[in-house]
Write a protein that binds this ligand. Sequence first.
Ligand code: IPE
Ligand code: IPE
Ligand code: MG
Length: 242
Amino acid sequence: MATSGEHLIDKNNLPQHIAFIMDGNGRWAKKRGKPRTFGHAEGAKVFERIVEKAGDIGIPHLTFYAFSTENWKRPKQEVDTIMQLLRDYLKTGFRKIEHKDVRINVIGDLTGLAPDLQEEVHKLMERTKDRKKMIVNLALNYGGRDEIVRAVKKMVEEAEGGISPEDITDAALSAHMDTYLSPDPDLIVRPSGEYRLSNFLIWQCAYAEFWFSDILWPDFSEKDLVDCILAYQGRNRRYGGV
Ligand code: IPE
Ligand code: IPE
Ligand code: MG
């Protein structure tokens, strides 16, 4: 079904990669007198809807920030519930979007996840690896600085004969990032009224456009997706030129 404003989208100027910081779940739940974890469950449903809509519009790459390397600081009960939600999703939930020809690439330090979760993540990535229409990067235990450190370590480990200064290039680093399957994001979407990156894609967003909003993630709608694409299409990207 068409969303209001969708007909205004210029299909020849679509962002090729949109990245979302799924923030505001806790405040959304609190406003309704519910536990924060209720907001996380609702936020997961929005994730599915946005993947579907972005697929229909024709956006080939998406990234979603689901759990940061810093989110372990939260109360154990909240972290446990988020991990359980993930477990359920990895086992069954993703099937709703998988039929859309979506390849799921989980990014972040997977070794920090519980062993059973790591196994489910690997199964999901293996099961979807030949899907072609869309790549969805899902950031779990993800931190931008951590990703850069791991990328450098990978480069050093791979270069068995030793690494020389000329091997360290922009392209080589990009190829060792967790997001190597996707181009740099054209658009970063941060709802929830915060104006920061919170350690998200700090290498990749060198020339990204930003879209901020007070909307809390569980309220983020298909219409908001259309709005941010239209806002993006109104931007003048100069990349340092004129
Ligand atoms: C984002 O929502 C989800 C995670 C970080 C896991 P929050 O839980 O940060 O919600 P707020 O920002 O406290 O409202
Ligand atoms: C960013 O949200 C991380 C995710 C959405 C997964 P946070 O709620 O952790 O960010 P801060 O703490 O407000 O910067
Ligand atoms: Mg938050």
